[in-house]
Design a binder for this molecule. Structure first.
Ligand SMILES: [Zn+2]
Length: 502
Protein backbone atom coordinates (compact mmCIF):
# COMPACT_ATOMS: atom_id res chain seq x y z
CA UNK A 1 0.00 0.00 0.00
CA UNK A 2 1.18 3.50 -0.62
CA UNK A 3 1.89 5.81 2.29
CA UNK A 4 0.09 8.71 0.76
CA UNK A 5 -0.22 11.03 3.69
CA UNK A 6 3.32 10.74 4.87
CA UNK A 7 4.87 10.74 1.42
CA UNK A 8 3.04 13.93 0.61
CA UNK A 9 4.33 15.39 3.83
CA UNK A 10 7.85 14.28 2.98
CA UNK A 11 7.60 15.99 -0.36
CA UNK A 12 6.74 19.23 1.34
CA UNK A 13 9.61 18.76 3.79
CA UNK A 14 7.52 17.81 6.81
CA UNK A 15 7.14 14.45 8.44
CA UNK A 16 3.58 14.53 9.60
CA UNK A 17 1.50 11.46 9.16
CA UNK A 18 -2.20 11.26 8.68
CA UNK A 19 -2.97 14.90 7.99
CA UNK A 20 -2.77 15.29 4.26
CA UNK A 21 -5.35 15.31 1.52
CA UNK A 22 -5.10 15.23 -2.23
CA UNK A 23 -5.75 18.96 -2.34
CA UNK A 24 -2.43 19.48 -0.60
CA UNK A 25 -0.40 17.52 -3.10
CA UNK A 26 2.26 19.48 -4.97
CA UNK A 27 1.13 20.93 -8.27
CA UNK A 28 3.83 19.19 -10.25
CA UNK A 29 2.18 15.86 -9.43
CA UNK A 30 -1.06 16.95 -11.02
CA UNK A 31 -0.76 17.78 -14.72
CA UNK A 32 -4.04 18.33 -16.58
CA UNK A 33 -5.76 14.95 -16.94
CA UNK A 34 -6.86 13.61 -20.30
CA UNK A 35 -10.20 11.95 -20.76
CA UNK A 36 -10.32 8.19 -20.66
CA UNK A 37 -12.44 8.49 -23.78
CA UNK A 38 -9.37 9.69 -25.69
CA UNK A 39 -7.51 6.80 -27.30
CA UNK A 40 -4.34 5.78 -25.51
CA UNK A 41 -1.19 5.17 -27.49
CA UNK A 42 -1.87 1.49 -27.58
CA UNK A 43 -5.56 1.96 -28.36
CA UNK A 44 -8.47 1.61 -26.01
CA UNK A 45 -11.11 -1.02 -26.57
CA UNK A 46 -14.42 -1.67 -24.96
CA UNK A 47 -14.30 -4.59 -22.56
CA UNK A 48 -17.74 -6.06 -23.02
CA UNK A 49 -18.04 -8.11 -26.16
CA UNK A 50 -14.76 -6.83 -27.61
CA UNK A 51 -12.49 -9.26 -29.38
CA UNK A 52 -9.54 -7.30 -27.99
CA UNK A 53 -10.28 -8.38 -24.42
CA UNK A 54 -7.20 -10.36 -23.41
CA UNK A 55 -8.67 -13.80 -22.83
CA UNK A 56 -6.54 -16.69 -21.62
CA UNK A 57 -7.42 -20.35 -21.42
CA UNK A 58 -8.56 -21.78 -18.12
CA UNK A 59 -6.04 -24.25 -16.72
CA UNK A 60 -6.30 -26.91 -14.05
CA UNK A 61 -5.04 -25.45 -10.79
CA UNK A 62 -1.99 -27.07 -9.20
CA UNK A 63 -3.14 -27.14 -5.57
CA UNK A 64 0.27 -28.14 -4.24
CA UNK A 65 1.54 -24.65 -5.14
CA UNK A 66 -0.74 -23.27 -2.42
CA UNK A 67 0.48 -25.40 0.49
CA UNK A 68 1.25 -23.06 3.39
CA UNK A 69 2.13 -23.16 7.06
CA UNK A 70 -0.70 -21.09 8.58
CA UNK A 71 -0.08 -19.31 11.88
CA UNK A 72 -2.14 -17.36 14.37
CA UNK A 73 -1.47 -13.70 13.85
CA UNK A 74 0.36 -12.01 16.72
CA UNK A 75 -1.12 -8.57 15.99
CA UNK A 76 -4.66 -9.56 14.89
CA UNK A 77 -5.22 -13.00 16.46
CA UNK A 78 -8.99 -12.90 15.98
CA UNK A 79 -8.66 -13.25 12.21
CA UNK A 80 -7.94 -16.60 10.57
CA UNK A 81 -7.71 -20.18 11.75
CA UNK A 82 -4.24 -21.78 11.78
CA UNK A 83 -5.97 -25.16 11.47
CA UNK A 84 -6.97 -24.34 7.89
CA UNK A 85 -4.55 -24.24 4.96
CA UNK A 86 -6.72 -22.97 2.10
CA UNK A 87 -5.55 -24.15 -1.32
CA UNK A 88 -8.20 -22.88 -3.73
CA UNK A 89 -11.09 -20.45 -3.46
CA UNK A 90 -13.57 -21.08 -6.27
CA UNK A 91 -16.07 -18.21 -6.05
CA UNK A 92 -19.20 -17.57 -8.09
CA UNK A 93 -20.58 -14.13 -7.37
CA UNK A 94 -23.60 -12.30 -8.69
CA UNK A 95 -23.85 -8.55 -8.11
CA UNK A 96 -27.21 -6.76 -8.06
CA UNK A 97 -26.27 -3.09 -8.29
CA UNK A 98 -29.80 -1.83 -7.59
CA UNK A 99 -30.36 -3.86 -4.43
CA UNK A 100 -26.63 -3.72 -3.52
CA UNK A 101 -26.92 -7.44 -2.99
CA UNK A 102 -24.29 -10.12 -3.44
CA UNK A 103 -25.49 -13.66 -4.12
CA UNK A 104 -22.70 -16.18 -4.07
CA UNK A 105 -21.49 -19.69 -3.76
CA UNK A 106 -18.01 -20.68 -2.73
CA UNK A 107 -16.03 -23.87 -2.87
CA UNK A 108 -13.01 -23.74 -0.59
CA UNK A 109 -10.53 -26.56 -1.02
CA UNK A 110 -8.24 -26.78 1.99
CA UNK A 111 -5.73 -28.94 3.78
CA UNK A 112 -6.35 -29.42 7.48
CA UNK A 113 -3.18 -28.49 9.33
CA UNK A 114 -4.38 -30.20 12.50
CA UNK A 115 -6.76 -32.87 13.70
CA UNK A 116 -9.75 -31.14 15.25
CA UNK A 117 -13.53 -31.55 15.76
CA UNK A 118 -14.28 -28.29 13.91
CA UNK A 119 -12.66 -25.49 11.95
CA UNK A 120 -13.57 -21.94 11.10
CA UNK A 121 -13.38 -19.36 8.37
CA UNK A 122 -13.93 -15.62 8.45
CA UNK A 123 -17.15 -14.37 6.85
CA UNK A 124 -18.87 -11.05 7.43
CA UNK A 125 -22.07 -11.20 9.53
CA UNK A 126 -23.64 -9.05 6.78
CA UNK A 127 -23.67 -12.22 4.67
CA UNK A 128 -26.14 -14.97 5.47
CA UNK A 129 -24.90 -18.48 4.87
CA UNK A 130 -27.33 -21.04 3.47
CA UNK A 131 -26.27 -24.63 2.92
CA UNK A 132 -22.84 -25.66 4.12
CA UNK A 133 -21.32 -29.00 3.22
CA UNK A 134 -17.97 -30.72 3.45
CA UNK A 135 -17.08 -33.17 0.71
CA UNK A 136 -20.71 -33.11 -0.38
CA UNK A 137 -22.19 -33.92 3.04
CA UNK A 138 -24.31 -31.23 4.75
CA UNK A 139 -22.75 -30.15 8.05
CA UNK A 140 -23.77 -28.02 11.01
CA UNK A 141 -22.30 -24.59 11.43
CA UNK A 142 -22.57 -21.61 13.77
CA UNK A 143 -22.08 -17.91 13.25
CA UNK A 144 -20.20 -16.05 15.99
CA UNK A 145 -19.59 -12.52 14.82
CA UNK A 146 -17.45 -12.87 11.73
CA UNK A 147 -16.55 -16.47 12.59
CA UNK A 148 -18.16 -19.20 10.56
CA UNK A 149 -17.60 -22.25 12.73
CA UNK A 150 -18.07 -25.52 10.85
CA UNK A 151 -18.71 -28.64 12.87
CA UNK A 152 -16.86 -31.21 10.80
CA UNK A 153 -13.89 -33.22 12.05
CA UNK A 154 -10.58 -32.78 10.27
CA UNK A 155 -7.44 -34.90 10.22
CA UNK A 156 -4.00 -33.40 9.80
CA UNK A 157 -2.91 -33.18 6.16
CA UNK A 158 -6.21 -34.49 4.78
CA UNK A 159 -7.79 -32.32 2.10
CA UNK A 160 -11.43 -31.21 2.17
CA UNK A 161 -13.86 -29.32 0.02
CA UNK A 162 -16.14 -26.90 1.82
CA UNK A 163 -19.14 -25.73 -0.19
CA UNK A 164 -21.34 -22.90 0.92
CA UNK A 165 -23.83 -20.45 -0.54
CA UNK A 166 -24.46 -17.04 0.93
CA UNK A 167 -26.27 -13.81 0.25
CA UNK A 168 -26.39 -10.32 1.66
CA UNK A 169 -25.58 -6.67 1.33
CA UNK A 170 -21.83 -6.54 1.93
CA UNK A 171 -20.28 -3.74 3.92
CA UNK A 172 -16.70 -2.74 4.50
CA UNK A 173 -15.19 -3.45 7.91
CA UNK A 174 -13.55 -0.89 10.20
CA UNK A 175 -9.80 -0.80 9.56
CA UNK A 176 -7.43 -0.76 12.57
CA UNK A 177 -5.74 2.44 11.52
CA UNK A 178 -5.57 6.19 12.10
CA UNK A 179 -4.56 6.95 8.51
CA UNK A 180 -6.31 9.67 6.58
CA UNK A 181 -6.64 7.80 3.28
CA UNK A 182 -8.64 4.81 4.51
CA UNK A 183 -10.73 3.95 7.56
CA UNK A 184 -12.52 0.84 6.34
CA UNK A 185 -11.33 -2.32 4.62
CA UNK A 186 -12.92 -4.77 2.21
CA UNK A 187 -15.95 -4.66 -0.07
CA UNK A 188 -16.82 -1.04 -0.82
CA UNK A 189 -19.82 0.17 -2.82
CA UNK A 190 -20.00 3.55 -4.57
CA UNK A 191 -23.12 5.74 -4.65
CA UNK A 192 -23.93 4.35 -8.09
CA UNK A 193 -23.38 0.71 -7.18
CA UNK A 194 -19.85 0.09 -8.46
CA UNK A 195 -17.66 -2.08 -6.26
CA UNK A 196 -14.00 -1.96 -5.28
CA UNK A 197 -12.04 -3.77 -2.59
CA UNK A 198 -8.86 -3.00 -0.72
CA UNK A 199 -8.44 -5.37 2.19
CA UNK A 200 -5.21 -4.86 4.04
CA UNK A 201 -4.70 -6.05 6.74
CA UNK A 202 -7.95 -8.07 6.60
CA UNK A 203 -11.24 -7.48 4.83
CA UNK A 204 -11.49 -10.29 2.29
CA UNK A 205 -14.02 -11.76 4.71
CA UNK A 206 -16.41 -8.93 3.84
CA UNK A 207 -17.21 -10.76 0.58
CA UNK A 208 -16.13 -14.40 0.77
CA UNK A 209 -15.46 -17.12 3.37
CA UNK A 210 -11.72 -17.00 3.92
CA UNK A 211 -8.81 -17.79 6.17
CA UNK A 212 -8.07 -14.07 6.29
CA UNK A 213 -4.47 -14.08 7.51
CA UNK A 214 -1.42 -13.62 5.28
CA UNK A 215 0.45 -16.83 6.10
CA UNK A 216 -2.16 -18.86 4.20
CA UNK A 217 -1.65 -18.30 0.48
CA UNK A 218 -4.16 -19.81 -1.93
CA UNK A 219 -5.18 -19.97 -5.58
CA UNK A 220 -8.33 -18.37 -6.95
CA UNK A 221 -11.00 -18.97 -9.58
CA UNK A 222 -13.44 -16.06 -9.49
CA UNK A 223 -16.53 -15.73 -11.69
CA UNK A 224 -18.72 -12.66 -11.40
CA UNK A 225 -22.05 -11.86 -13.02
CA UNK A 226 -22.96 -8.17 -13.20
CA UNK A 227 -25.48 -6.08 -15.15
CA UNK A 228 -24.17 -5.41 -18.68
CA UNK A 229 -22.14 -3.56 -19.76
CA UNK A 230 -20.48 -3.70 -16.35
CA UNK A 231 -17.65 -6.17 -15.89
CA UNK A 232 -15.65 -7.44 -12.96
CA UNK A 233 -11.89 -7.09 -12.70
CA UNK A 234 -9.95 -9.43 -10.41
CA UNK A 235 -6.54 -11.10 -10.08
CA UNK A 236 -4.65 -13.16 -12.60
CA UNK A 237 -5.87 -14.00 -16.08
CA UNK A 238 -9.21 -13.10 -17.61
CA UNK A 239 -10.46 -16.45 -18.89
CA UNK A 240 -14.07 -15.71 -19.82
CA UNK A 241 -16.16 -12.72 -20.82
CA UNK A 242 -19.72 -13.38 -21.97
CA UNK A 243 -22.68 -11.04 -22.26
CA UNK A 244 -26.16 -12.54 -22.39
CA UNK A 245 -29.59 -11.52 -21.13
CA UNK A 246 -28.29 -8.08 -20.09
CA UNK A 247 -25.71 -9.70 -17.83
CA UNK A 248 -21.95 -9.89 -18.18
CA UNK A 249 -20.16 -12.91 -16.80
CA UNK A 250 -16.45 -12.52 -16.20
CA UNK A 251 -14.07 -15.23 -15.01
CA UNK A 252 -10.60 -14.71 -13.59
CA UNK A 253 -8.00 -17.27 -12.65
CA UNK A 254 -5.05 -16.70 -10.35
CA UNK A 255 -2.62 -19.59 -10.74
CA UNK A 256 0.04 -18.23 -8.39
CA UNK A 257 -0.81 -18.37 -4.67
CA UNK A 258 -1.77 -15.12 -2.96
CA UNK A 259 -2.49 -14.00 0.60
CA UNK A 260 -6.12 -12.93 1.01
CA UNK A 261 -5.29 -9.25 1.54
CA UNK A 262 -3.82 -9.25 -1.98
CA UNK A 263 -7.05 -10.26 -3.69
CA UNK A 264 -9.01 -7.58 -5.51
CA UNK A 265 -12.47 -7.22 -7.00
CA UNK A 266 -13.73 -4.19 -8.92
CA UNK A 267 -17.12 -4.10 -10.65
CA UNK A 268 -18.14 -1.30 -12.99
CA UNK A 269 -18.18 -0.14 -16.59
CA UNK A 270 -14.56 -0.77 -17.49
CA UNK A 271 -12.58 0.01 -20.61
CA UNK A 272 -9.40 -1.84 -21.48
CA UNK A 273 -6.09 -0.74 -22.92
CA UNK A 274 -2.60 -2.20 -22.76
CA UNK A 275 1.06 -1.68 -23.50
CA UNK A 276 4.14 -3.84 -23.16
CA UNK A 277 7.23 -3.88 -20.97
CA UNK A 278 10.65 -4.44 -22.57
CA UNK A 279 10.57 -8.08 -21.43
CA UNK A 280 7.41 -8.61 -23.50
CA UNK A 281 5.11 -8.63 -20.47
CA UNK A 282 1.74 -7.17 -21.44
CA UNK A 283 0.38 -4.65 -18.97
CA UNK A 284 -3.42 -4.31 -18.98
CA UNK A 285 -5.16 -1.14 -17.84
CA UNK A 286 -8.77 -1.18 -16.67
CA UNK A 287 -10.28 2.28 -16.46
CA UNK A 288 -13.87 3.17 -15.60
CA UNK A 289 -15.67 4.63 -18.59
CA UNK A 290 -16.97 8.02 -17.63
CA UNK A 291 -14.20 8.61 -15.09
CA UNK A 292 -11.48 11.00 -16.24
CA UNK A 293 -8.23 9.07 -15.96
CA UNK A 294 -4.82 10.20 -17.16
CA UNK A 295 -3.91 7.17 -19.26
CA UNK A 296 -0.47 8.50 -20.11
CA UNK A 297 0.48 8.56 -16.45
CA UNK A 298 -1.14 5.21 -15.76
CA UNK A 299 0.73 3.59 -18.62
CA UNK A 300 4.11 4.52 -17.14
CA UNK A 301 3.69 1.15 -15.41
CA UNK A 302 5.36 -0.70 -18.29
CA UNK A 303 8.51 1.46 -18.10
CA UNK A 304 8.41 1.13 -14.33
CA UNK A 305 8.50 -2.66 -14.66
CA UNK A 306 11.65 -2.32 -16.78
CA UNK A 307 13.27 -0.18 -14.10
CA UNK A 308 12.32 -2.51 -11.23
CA UNK A 309 13.52 -5.57 -13.16
CA UNK A 310 16.93 -3.90 -13.51
CA UNK A 311 17.17 -3.92 -9.69
CA UNK A 312 15.12 -6.88 -8.43
CA UNK A 313 15.10 -9.30 -11.36
CA UNK A 314 12.31 -10.47 -13.63
CA UNK A 315 8.70 -9.70 -12.77
CA UNK A 316 7.63 -12.68 -10.63
CA UNK A 317 4.17 -13.45 -12.10
CA UNK A 318 2.76 -14.24 -15.55
CA UNK A 319 0.18 -11.46 -15.83
CA UNK A 320 -0.05 -7.83 -14.83
CA UNK A 321 -2.85 -5.29 -14.83
CA UNK A 322 -3.83 -2.06 -13.11
CA UNK A 323 -7.43 -1.24 -12.24
CA UNK A 324 -8.61 2.27 -11.40
CA UNK A 325 -11.36 2.61 -8.80
CA UNK A 326 -13.08 5.25 -6.66
CA UNK A 327 -10.72 4.55 -3.75
CA UNK A 328 -8.49 7.27 -2.29
CA UNK A 329 -5.53 4.97 -1.85
CA UNK A 330 -3.42 2.45 -3.76
CA UNK A 331 -2.95 -1.24 -3.08
CA UNK A 332 -0.48 -3.80 -4.41
CA UNK A 333 -3.11 -6.47 -5.07
CA UNK A 334 -1.33 -9.39 -6.70
CA UNK A 335 -0.98 -9.19 -10.49
CA UNK A 336 -3.79 -6.58 -10.61
CA UNK A 337 -2.80 -3.40 -8.82
CA UNK A 338 -5.76 -1.41 -7.44
CA UNK A 339 -5.48 2.35 -7.72
CA UNK A 340 -7.66 5.22 -6.61
CA UNK A 341 -8.23 7.96 -9.13
CA UNK A 342 -6.43 11.00 -7.84
CA UNK A 343 -3.30 12.73 -9.13
CA UNK A 344 -1.07 11.56 -6.31
CA UNK A 345 -2.08 7.89 -6.48
CA UNK A 346 -1.69 7.96 -10.26
CA UNK A 347 1.80 9.49 -10.04
CA UNK A 348 4.64 7.43 -11.55
CA UNK A 349 6.30 6.97 -8.15
CA UNK A 350 3.16 5.59 -6.47
CA UNK A 351 2.51 3.28 -9.41
CA UNK A 352 6.16 2.18 -9.14
CA UNK A 353 5.67 1.64 -5.38
CA UNK A 354 2.73 -0.72 -5.90
CA UNK A 355 4.63 -2.54 -8.64
CA UNK A 356 7.70 -3.06 -6.41
CA UNK A 357 5.33 -4.77 -4.00
CA UNK A 358 4.71 -7.47 -6.59
CA UNK A 359 8.24 -8.60 -5.59
CA UNK A 360 8.37 -7.40 -1.95
CA UNK A 361 4.98 -8.24 -0.44
CA UNK A 362 3.30 -10.40 -3.07
CA UNK A 363 5.91 -12.86 -4.35
CA UNK A 364 7.23 -13.07 -0.79
CA UNK A 365 4.70 -12.04 1.89
CA UNK A 366 4.80 -11.56 5.64
CA UNK A 367 3.47 -14.57 7.58
CA UNK A 368 2.35 -12.31 10.43
CA UNK A 369 1.21 -8.69 10.45
CA UNK A 370 4.00 -7.77 12.86
CA UNK A 371 6.23 -7.99 9.79
CA UNK A 372 4.35 -5.73 7.40
CA UNK A 373 7.54 -3.63 7.47
CA UNK A 374 9.05 -6.41 5.29
CA UNK A 375 6.75 -5.15 2.52
CA UNK A 376 6.99 -1.45 3.04
CA UNK A 377 10.63 -0.93 4.01
CA UNK A 378 12.23 -2.27 0.85
CA UNK A 379 9.43 -0.84 -1.32
CA UNK A 380 9.83 2.61 0.21
CA UNK A 381 13.57 2.55 -0.38
CA UNK A 382 12.97 1.51 -3.97
CA UNK A 383 10.52 4.39 -4.35
CA UNK A 384 13.09 6.83 -2.99
CA UNK A 385 15.74 5.50 -5.41
CA UNK A 386 13.22 5.69 -8.27
CA UNK A 387 12.41 9.29 -7.39
CA UNK A 388 16.11 10.09 -7.32
CA UNK A 389 16.86 8.42 -10.65
CA UNK A 390 13.83 10.07 -12.29
CA UNK A 391 14.62 13.57 -11.03
CA UNK A 392 11.52 13.69 -8.83
CA UNK A 393 13.36 14.19 -5.55
CA UNK A 394 17.03 13.71 -4.62
CA UNK A 395 17.67 10.67 -2.45
CA UNK A 396 19.96 12.65 -0.17
CA UNK A 397 17.14 15.06 0.72
CA UNK A 398 14.64 12.26 1.25
CA UNK A 399 17.02 10.39 3.54
CA UNK A 400 17.80 13.51 5.56
CA UNK A 401 14.10 14.20 6.09
CA UNK A 402 13.37 10.61 7.00
CA UNK A 403 16.26 10.53 9.48
CA UNK A 404 15.02 13.73 11.06
CA UNK A 405 11.57 12.19 11.51
CA UNK A 406 12.52 8.68 12.62
CA UNK A 407 12.41 9.22 16.38
CA UNK A 408 9.06 10.99 16.11
CA UNK A 409 7.57 8.04 14.23
CA UNK A 410 8.85 5.57 16.83
CA UNK A 411 7.34 7.73 19.56
CA UNK A 412 3.98 8.07 17.80
CA UNK A 413 3.44 4.59 16.35
CA UNK A 414 5.99 2.40 18.10
CA UNK A 415 8.94 0.61 16.49
CA UNK A 416 8.20 -0.70 12.97
CA UNK A 417 8.27 -4.32 14.13
CA UNK A 418 6.26 -3.74 17.33
CA UNK A 419 3.68 -1.16 16.34
CA UNK A 420 0.44 -0.20 18.02
CA UNK A 421 -2.19 -2.63 16.56
CA UNK A 422 -4.66 0.25 16.33
CA UNK A 423 -2.29 2.12 14.04
CA UNK A 424 -1.82 -0.28 11.17
CA UNK A 425 0.09 1.18 8.25
CA UNK A 426 1.63 4.09 10.15
CA UNK A 427 4.62 5.86 8.61
CA UNK A 428 6.94 3.96 10.97
CA UNK A 429 6.61 0.73 8.95
CA UNK A 430 7.67 2.61 5.80
CA UNK A 431 10.45 5.06 6.62
CA UNK A 432 12.29 3.39 9.47
CA UNK A 433 12.98 0.09 7.66
CA UNK A 434 13.67 1.99 4.42
CA UNK A 435 16.41 3.86 6.27
CA UNK A 436 17.70 0.54 7.59
CA UNK A 437 17.93 -0.98 4.13
CA UNK A 438 19.60 2.17 2.88
CA UNK A 439 22.32 1.77 5.52
CA UNK A 440 22.98 -1.72 4.17
CA UNK A 441 22.94 -0.44 0.59
CA UNK A 442 25.56 2.17 1.45
CA UNK A 443 27.71 -0.33 3.32
CA UNK A 444 27.58 -3.05 0.64
CA UNK A 445 27.35 -1.04 -2.55
CA UNK A 446 24.50 -1.26 -5.04
CA UNK A 447 25.65 -4.41 -6.83
CA UNK A 448 25.94 -6.51 -3.69
CA UNK A 449 22.85 -5.01 -2.07
CA UNK A 450 20.58 -5.77 -5.00
CA UNK A 451 22.14 -9.18 -5.52
CA UNK A 452 21.12 -10.14 -1.99
CA UNK A 453 17.72 -8.46 -2.34
CA UNK A 454 17.13 -10.64 -5.43
CA UNK A 455 18.44 -13.88 -3.95
CA UNK A 456 16.05 -13.46 -1.00
CA UNK A 457 13.10 -13.41 -3.40
CA UNK A 458 14.32 -16.41 -5.36
CA UNK A 459 14.90 -18.40 -2.18
CA UNK A 460 11.39 -17.70 -0.85
CA UNK A 461 9.33 -17.49 -4.04
CA UNK A 462 5.59 -17.88 -3.42
CA UNK A 463 5.83 -18.16 0.36
CA UNK A 464 5.06 -16.21 3.53
CA UNK A 465 8.04 -15.49 5.74
CA UNK A 466 9.19 -14.16 9.10
CA UNK A 467 11.68 -11.49 10.09
CA UNK A 468 13.99 -14.17 11.43
CA UNK A 469 14.25 -15.67 7.95
CA UNK A 470 15.22 -12.42 6.29
CA UNK A 471 17.70 -11.57 9.04
CA UNK A 472 19.34 -14.98 8.57
CA UNK A 473 19.45 -14.48 4.82
CA UNK A 474 21.28 -11.15 5.02
CA UNK A 475 23.69 -12.39 7.66
CA UNK A 476 24.53 -15.47 5.62
CA UNK A 477 24.94 -13.55 2.36
CA UNK A 478 27.02 -10.72 3.81
CA UNK A 479 28.98 -12.82 6.30
CA UNK A 480 28.30 -10.14 8.90
CA UNK A 481 26.78 -10.38 12.37
CA UNK A 482 23.75 -8.15 11.91
CA UNK A 483 21.32 -9.19 14.65
CA UNK A 484 21.94 -6.14 16.85
CA UNK A 485 21.73 -3.88 13.79
CA UNK A 486 18.37 -5.38 12.74
CA UNK A 487 16.98 -5.36 16.28
CA UNK A 488 17.81 -1.71 16.80
CA UNK A 489 16.05 -0.70 13.59
CA UNK A 490 13.02 -2.99 13.80
CA UNK A 491 12.18 -3.15 17.49
CA UNK A 492 14.17 -0.30 19.03
CA UNK A 493 12.38 2.65 20.59
CA UNK A 494 15.36 4.92 19.95
CA UNK A 495 16.31 5.95 16.44
CA UNK A 496 19.53 4.09 15.54
CA UNK A 497 22.71 5.86 14.57
CA UNK A 498 23.85 5.45 10.96
CA UNK A 499 26.26 2.66 10.10
CA UNK A 500 26.44 -1.11 9.73
CA UNK A 501 28.69 -3.45 11.73
CA UNK A 502 31.55 -4.97 9.71
ZN1 LIG B 1 3.37 0.00 0.10
Amino acid sequence: MTQRAAVAALLSGLLLAGCSSSAEEPDELAPPPVSSAAPAESGETAVAGASAAPLTETVEQDLDLALSTPVEDSVYPKVGDPGVDALLYDLHLSWDREARRLTADAIVTFRASRTAPRFQLDLSPALTAGRVSVDGEPVAFARRGKNLVVTAPTTTDERYELTLDYVGRPRAAPAPTTRSDFSTTGFTITDTGEVWTMQEPYGAYTWYPVNDQPSDKALYDITVTAPAPWTAISNGHLTRLVTADDLTTTSWQLTEPASSYLVTLAIGDYAHSSNTAASGLRVDYWTPRGMVVDLNRLQTAAASIDWIESKLGLYPFDSLGLVVTASQSAMETQTTVTLGNNPYVLSPQVIEHELVHQWYGDQVSPADWRDVWLNEGMTMLMQWVYEDEHDIRPLRTTIQDAQAGDQGLRDEYGPPGAYDPRQFGGSNIYYSPALMWNELRLALGDDEFYRIARSWLTAHDGTSVTREQIFDHWEKETGRELSAFFDRWITGRTSPKPGVPQ
